[in-house]
Design a protein around this ligand. Structure first.
Ligand code: PLP
Length: 365
């Protein structure tokens, strides 16, 4: 019997393991700039909220506590500029990767349906389409996708891996086009708080969606903004009809955010200070790494936001990976994100200041 996993590509990170081993043999130790996993501490205010809710013997709800829904709706209004966000417009999810991977299945997509995403993209958009037996479609411009059978249009701004930010105008055009063709826009905005040379805008902003959430859903995660990747804290916001349907399915599926994580999320969204502190850390690392990469002959494209420097030396990405691994630096090959990335590597800002300083020294040396 063919396994469901046969529908999926080989898990790409396994291919990086030999390079990890050679980079780890560097006398100064490994500098891992490959996976964008946060390394800085979970802010105290969030840890306190988690531990205060440690005595949670009962089942949590899929929709979350009223306090959590207030926090999600309030944050979407305050930070994204979304107007009129009600509890029906928010839904917690168990980390956004879970949602990205299972959304097509949960919305009932199947053979004959199509799911579109950027040509260079986070691989889970494709995995989600394949899990549902829908057809994955890549685009350069969303409005150039043939609308027949298209059910979900993924946007991702700021982008992983390129750090590119879509302008208000580009977002507005994509939303208008999708509405015209009855296609659901799902906008992955998990790097929205990490703009450096651009100010990322949400699809829920009235200038983009016209003040109506019809046909639009935004995906948000606390993994990066609050160093909470280990907590699995994320949520979606937007079209109440879509979220209501997902809520029903996810109740049957037991897809609950643990109660202590719900409480931690409330605390995290109420506090802007730790977000500013974390941004400052990433900004300093970005400046240092960017300068060192440029000195070492790299060209950085886009990267105006997010946790990555999309870098090229105009050579095959695996040559760059191998060369940097010799210097004890591990980066992600661009072809993990699609064949169009085959001459780029993705350099993550998620290493300690000490490790970033080591990488800078090795790149300059
Ligand atoms: C574009 C994008 N979406 C979603 C995720 C998933 O984040 P999480 O599951 O931690 O919320 C990631 C993680 O790197 C990402 O890069």
């Amino acid at each position: 019997m063919p396994g469901v996993s046969d529908r999926l590509p080989v898990f790409p990170w396994d291919r990086l393991e030999p390079y990890r081993a050679s980079a780890a043999a560097h006398p100064g130790g490994l500098v891992d700039l490959s996976v964008g996993t946060p390394v800085d501490p979970v802010p105290e205010v969030i840890r306190e909220a988690l531990t205060a809710a440690a005595d949670s013997p009962g089942y949590p709800t899929v929709w979350g506590t009223p306090e959590l829904r207030d926090a999600l709706a309030g944050w979407a209004g305050r930070r994204l500029g979304a107007r009129g966000v009600e509890h029906t417009n928010v839904l917690p999810v168990v980390g956004s990767k879970e949602l990205v991977a299972w959304l097509p299945t949960q919305l009932g997509l199947g053979p004959g349906d199509r799911v579109a995403f950027p040509r260079l993209a986070y691989p889970t958009y494709e995995a989600g389409a394949r899990l549902a037996r829908a057809e994955p479609v890549v685009y350069d411009e969303p409005t150039e996708v043939a609308p027949e059978g298209l059910r979900i249009l993924w946007l991702n701004s700021p982008s992983n891996p390129t750090g590119r930010v879509l302008s208000k105008e580009e977002l507005r055009t994509a939303v208008a086009w999708a509405r015209e063709h009855g296609v659901l826009v799902v906008s992955d905005e998990c790097y929205l708080e990490l703009g450096w040379e651009a100010d990322p805008v949400s699809v829920l902003h009235p200038d983009v969606c016209g003040g109506s959430f019809d046909g639009v859903v935004a995906v948000h995660s606390l993994s990066k903004r609050s160093n909470l990747a280990g907590y699995r804290a994320a949520f979606i916001a937007g079209d109440a009809a879509v979220l209501g349907e997902l809520l029903k399915i996810r109740k049957h599926g037991g897809m609950m955010v643990p109660a202590p994580v719900q409480a931690a999320t409330v605390a995290a969204l109420a506090d802007d200070e730790h977000v500013a502190e974390q941004r400052a850390r990433y900004r300093a690392r970005r400046t240092a790494l960017r300068g060192a990469l440029e000195t070492a002959g790299f060209r950085i494209e886009h990267s105006e936001a997010s946790l990555y420097l999309w870098s090229t030396r105009d050579e095959p990405c695996w040559d760059t990976v191998a060369d940097l691994a010799k210097r004890g630096i591990l980066v992600a090959p661009g072809d993990f994100y699609g064949p169009a990335g085959e001459r780029f590597v993705r350099v993550a800002l998620t290493a300690s200041d000490e490790r970033v300083a080591a990488a800078v020294e090795r790149l300059r040396g």
